[in-house]
Design a protein around this ligand. Structure first.
Ligand code: ARG
Length: 456
């Protein structure tokens, strides 16, 4: 049954109905739709727009519909045009004339905008909680491996020594900003569009502050055209989620590298790895690969929202029905990724000996060797050149700076003495980097502590 009977002499064509209908994806907002309708009915009663007894009956009827849906007693009709139509139709079937009064001073345009906002407010809180859990796991791991020396890379070439804890805390910082971006998205979602009507509010003496209070909104949309026709809060959320996925995807890429035999810095728990159907030796990081791959979906969802919205005149246009699948998919995907990703990180086995071994080869203490000469009075450029010559010599002799005899050092620069070996010991190179933001063990612990405090 269509809501817009009257003007029309026929039912909509069945295949076209399938095309037009959004019930297959908006029925997930049934709870929000009903909560919004209950608040609207209460406000109508409070303002004397409908009888108090009618508003009470509507609220009771809606409560029963929700509990019947949740218990499975009432099935959502897949042929309904959308969830709003279905709920109102069901209410009218149950209450007769009284049910028909619910939609007074309301349009599906402000109703759908309300439902999405109510739905996404809850989802943003869940997402933030999941991200907080991941950050907490990173803090624990960082504390446990605050002194695990590993090579830091630029251009994926061994560069300078860092600690595994330091590396993990870099992701914790990114995720903290993700939390903050989600908070921004939440703030912009937390405004109530109800009362905007179809586009131009209404002549009934409604009180929007009543519905806003009942529904727990911090603000009320101040322009009715804006209230029904913008979806910037969806785009903002999708963009914050896209950035979350960029972070998870980079992290995944590193996980994948780290568990290769070439690195073997970590080993994933069996519960978060998969095997091969043909190669008996394989243990694959499928979860990390899927997270990396799913970033593409979320970026796609953002692109969908931007494209749907960019060319439509104010106010509501049916194009906007396309918002829901995109934003729901972005939210679902990120939640799913985090559900698998966090325990994968929590349970991974870290292999600090392998990290230390990789750090020993690749001259990642060359900068420290040059800095040692600078402390002896050489200008940095000269120290840099002398160290470069030493590295070339080591490569030729298939040795390392640590193992090169002092006389070889002194042949290249006579400022070298026994002290150089202490200066280039990797543990010292790392722990002397105690500057704010540095990789020293004590910094990592302090950083993890600070982040934990921020989470509280
Ligand atoms: N299913 C519609 C949507 O998701 C609800 C709003 C319908 N409004 C309208 N004027 N056709 O956008």
């Amino acid at each position: 049954m269509k809501l817009w009977a009257g003007r029309f002499s026929k039912e909509i064509d069945q295949k076209t109905n399938d095309f037009n209908s959004s019930i297959s994806f908006d029925s997930r907002m049934v709870r929000e739709d009903i909560e919004g309708s209950m608040a609207h009915a209460e406000m109508l009663g409070t303002c004397g727009i409908i009888q108090k007894s009618e508003s009470d009956a509507i609220i009771q009827g809606l409560k029963e519909i929700l509990s019947d849906i949740e218990s499975g007693k009432l099935l959502i009709d897949p042929n309904a045009e959308d969830i709003h139509t279905f709920v109102e139709g069901e209410l009218t079937q149950r209450l007769g004339q009284t049910g028909k009064r619910l939609h007074t001073a309301r349009s599906r345009n402000d109703q759908v905008a309300l439902d999405i906002r109510l739905y996404l407010k809850k989802e943003i809180r869940c997402l933030q909680q999941q991200i907080r859990e991941l950050i907490a796991v990173l803090c624990s791991k960082a504390e446990a491996y605050s002194d695990a020396v590993m090579p830091g890379y630029t251009h994926l070439q061994r560069a300078q020594p860092i600690t595994f804890g330091h590396h993990l805390m870099a992701y914790a910082e990114m995720l903290l900003r993700d939390l903050d971006r989600l908070e921004g998205a939440y703030r912009h979602t937390d405004a109530m569009p109800l009362g905007s009507g179809a586009l131009a509010t209404t002549t009934y003496p409604i009180d929007r502050t009543v519905t806003a209070r009942l529904l727990g909104f911090a603000e009320i949309c101040q322009n009715s055209l804006d209230g029904v026709s913008d979806r910037d809060f969806c785009m903002e959320l999708a963009s914050a989620l896209s950035i979350v996925m960029v972070h998870l995807s980079r992290f995944s890429e590193e996980i994948i590298m780290w568990c290769s035999w070439e690195f073997k810095f970590i080993e994933l728990d069996d519960a978060f790895s998969t095997g091969s159907s043909i190669m008996p030796q394989k243990k694959n990081p499928d979860i990390a690969e899927l997270v990396r791959g799913k970033s593409g979906r979320v970026f796609g969802d953002l692109m969908t929202l931007l494209t749907v919205m960019k060319g439509i005149a104010l106010a509501y246009n049916k194009d906007m029905q396309e918002d829901k699948e995109a934003i729901f998919d972005a939210v679902d995907t990120v939640k799913m990724c985090l559900t698998a990703f966090t325990p994968m990180i929590d349970t991974m086995r870290v292999l600090p000996e392998n990290m230390r071994r990789a750090a020993a080869n690749g001259f990642i203490n060359a900068t420290d060797c040059a800095d040692y000469l600078v402390k002896k009075g050489l200008p940095f450029r000269d120290a840099y050149k002398a160290t470069g010559t030493l590295v070339a010599l080591c490569i030729e002799k298939k040795t390392t700076l640590e193992e090169l005899p002092l006389e070889e050092y002194r042949k290249i620069c006579d400022s070298f003495d026994e002290g150089v070996y202490e200066a280039i010991a990797l543990e010292n190179c790392v722990n002397d980097r105690r500057i704010l933001g540095g990789p020293a063990s004590e910094n990592v612990k302090a950083q993890a502590k600070r982040v934990r405090e921020l989470l509280e």
